[in-house]
Design a protein around this ligand. Structure first.
Ligand code: FES
Ligand SMILES: [Fe+2]
Length: 368
């Protein structure tokens, strides 16, 4: 066992992941293979099912894994196919389309909406053709409360991963959520994706970094709960703040919860507020560049005045400044690993432990 990468399950003794995993290309590549290829990635919410298009190009983790995908809507059923032509690999659908069949603009190969090969000119004399190799690959697509996810080589079941969220918020009014493209934003941070996630995973910094947010929540009873594939931070309201709607049977029913900040490993954040849901989808680009897509889903059964998006934007800008500063520190000759606060950094510790068990417990993933 390489001690430098070991994350002790006991937070009181554990060190953080070493700085090299935030800065070196070899670890960026290891994470791509060991964490992201087996992961479920966010596709979106009702914007897909509401769309007028039948064929929508997509990319699995654009800029990182970058696998070309095609979301197809066939009689209100969504499916996820490869967007690569089985003839000579042209991307089939370059922009959203409402065509009934999938056709390639290079030499005319045509596929059914389920991905099966349909026709191709000038191939009458080809032998053993067509075969199943000429069909488009079909990837799993799962929906969860009208949110969609896809996976290339899934290692775990999506519903198992998300079960703790369902258990906490089974009565959340998901049906009332509407995508708000005008309130959604993309941010670019000059830092490694892990540094961005680490920062998200603790409220320890709130009194120091987020004075406005600090006025809305009570820091003393900020709570972290840890699960196998995700963890949640729970912030409670100060007087005058509107709480997340909960019902009898929900574990926190009767409490005024300001927000649930759920982090689903390795890169998906879903935050529940009184006014709806904010998704932060973290896209690793390079060792020191990360894109974060903020997607807003507002409840349509509450007044617009209840929505507090300006505070989200301010919090994000404050977070980015510290995360970029951390990335510079991680490059320093003096910093190697840190320790965890046992009372405030349980979420970061659980995430590092997850990365250790998924990636570094196999010493082949550690550079000699
Ligand atoms: S690459 Fe698609 S038909 Fe040739
Ligand atoms: Fe923050």
């Amino acid at each position: 066992m390489n001690e430098d990468f070991y994350i002790d399950p006991d937070i009181h003794q554990s060190y953080t992941l070493p700085a090299s995993v935030y800065t070196q290309q070899q670890y960026f590549d290891v994470f791509k293979k060991e964490l992201f290829l087996p992961s479920w990635q966010w596709l979106g919410g009702k914007e897909w099912s509401d769309s007028l298009y039948t064929q929508m190009p997509h990319s699995f983790l654009p800029g990182c894994v970058d696998e070309p995908l095609l979301i197809v809507r066939n009689q209100n059923q969504l499916s996820c196919l490869s967007n690569v032509c089985t003839h000579r690999a042209k991307i089939l659908v370059e922009s959203p389309s409402a065509k009934p069949f999938i056709s390639c603009g290079y030499h005319g190969r045509c596929f059914s909406p389920d991905g099966r090969f349909r026709s191709m000119p000038e191939f009458e004399a080809a032998q053993d053709f067509p075969s199943s190799k000429d069909d488009l690959k079909n990837y799993p697509l799962s929906s969860w409360n009208d949110f969609y996810f896809t996976a290339l080589q899934p290692k775990y079941d999506l519903n198992t991963i998300l079960a703790p969220i369902h258990q906490h918020l089974s009565s959340f009014p998901y049906d009332s959520l509407r995508p708000e493209p005008n309130l959604s934003k993309t941010y670019h941070v000059r830092a490694n994706w892990l540094a961005y996630c680490d920062n998200y995973l603790e409220g320890f910094h709130i009194p120091y970094v987020h004075p406005t947010l600090n006025k809305a929540i009570t820091y003393e009873d900020y709570e972290v709960r840890v699960f196998d594939h995700c963890n949640v931070q729970i912030a409670r309201c100060k007087p005058g703040q509107k709480p997340v709607p909960l019902q009898k049977g929900d574990p926190d029913f009767g409490q005024n919860i300001y927000a649930y900040y759920w982090f689903v490993y390795p890169n998906f954040m879903i935050n529940f507020y009184h006014w709806g849901i904010s998704v932060n989808w973290v896209l690793p680009k390079t060792t020191d560049e990360t894109e974060i897509r903020f997607l807003t889903y507002k409840r349509n059964d509450i007044p617009d005045s209840d929505f507090a998006d300006t505070a989200l934007d301010l919090t994000e800008i404050e977070d980015e400044a510290v995360v970029e500063s951390v990335q510079k520190g991680l490059m320093s000759l003096t910093y190697h690993r840190g320790r965890f606060s046992p009372t405030r950094e349980q979420g970061v510790h659980a995430f590092h432990r997850f990365i250790y068990t998924e990636v570094f417990a196999d010493s082949e993933n550690i550079a000699p």
